[in-house]
Design a binder for this molecule. Sequence first.
Ligand code: UDX
Length: 474
Amino acid sequence: MDPQPPHVLIFPLPLQGPINSTLKLAELLCLSGGLHVTFLVTDYIRRRLLRHTNIQTHFSRYPGFDLASIPDGLPEDHPRLGDQLTEMFDALEAVTKPLFREMLVSGTRRPPVTCVIADGILGFTIDVAKEIGMPVICLRTISPCFLWIIFCLPKLIEAGEIPFKDKDLDAPIRSVPGMEDFLRQRDLPSFCRSSELTGPIFKRYLTESIQVPRADGVILNSFEDLEGPLLSHIHTQCPNLYTIGPLHAHLKSRLSIEKSLSSFRSTSFREEDRSCLSWLDQQPSKSVIYVSFGSLATMTWDQFTEFWHGLMNSGKQFLWVIRPDSIAGKDGESHIFTKLREDSTGRGYIVGWAPQEEVLSHESVAAFFTHSGWNSTLESICEGVPMICWPYFVDQQVNGRFVGEVWKLGLDMKDTCDRFIIEKMVRDLMEDRRDEFLRSADHMANLARQSVGEGGVSRRNLDRLIEDVRSMSL
Ligand code: UDX
């Protein structure tokens, strides 16, 4: 009998950031490996991708690519945001898991699926794949430093370091090997701050620490020069690691070899306001701070006011992404943004959603005020743009600590939101300590480029992943 052609079913976490990086992985597998790829999303995400992106025309160049969808069990108008994300995870478990199982068991996809690649937080995909004897590889779209903390959660509980006994969030944390010298209570995921460890998010990550090592391999969206010795710690739990990032830069590098192929227009589910690129064109070189807190973070009106005054008082030009749903209680009040544009006296430009990768690579952009989501962090690193970090939740707290303390790529403002601190940090990053940050940012950007270039470690790891996926189908 002929061997089966390798067919990977990819199931990303149905949120904007993870969809962005996972789509890049899907394209890399089509482009570099010529694999059959089914990209399985929820119906909700599929509708958004079809409405806002050119996914169908773009992927029509890869005959082995297919976009499939499955219900997520939530009503269409559910926000799938903030506190309500727990409901999304519950619905995925209750409604999507049996349908996902049915899809694999029925073997209706052609050619038959030979391997599953799923986001590690969707632990049920590992259960199902193991149950039916299908190889499964986890993709982690969060940072490796966070993944390592997740693996150490049982140790942190055993050592009595969580729940926190000390009220001082600066108290050191000692039970995460490799981070003993710099980790503080405030750098742990925000769900560790609860006095009881019974919350649904905590339990989900505790489950992940047990589930992910059961997979046949783990893909990390990062690069070895950035992660250093941390990877050897993760290796103790997951011996088969594929560190193949930064995925967006990796894809860009592969596409530049295939000169005939253009890159994806956008993977955003929201309408991008591209007028900000023309505004940036009119600004002097390296004069603008780009401000964006990703796709999920929200802020109060008071916090928003502090940001506004801090940025205005800094005297710097700023481009600020304010999603219509990003200020709690002000959803849909578009007149606020019109008024702000007028009040910023030309120094600030406000959009509801930006083409972020293009913005960060723009000549006028000097700094990034970010929530430290993992995609945003990697996108900034690749463009050599120093950061001010205002982490919101999950992995963002530790990402901010690594940016400020370990990689020296910016300043970590976490847990404060004060106009005077904001003003000072913007000036530090763009004036007083500018050269120092630019030097380390340039250095890291070069290492990122090398990792995905010819002979680079991420490039070699991707080749190994493709080989392994092929051998799984034999
Ligand atoms: C979520 C989690 O909160 C984060 O901690 C985790 O690392 C990934 O998933 P999210 O808010 O989606 O984060 O942030 P991030 O990972 O940074 O992804 C946001 C994506 O949206 C980036 O790829 C960014 O380029 C894109 N984006 C953001 C835009 O294209 N335009 C914008 O205006 C803002």
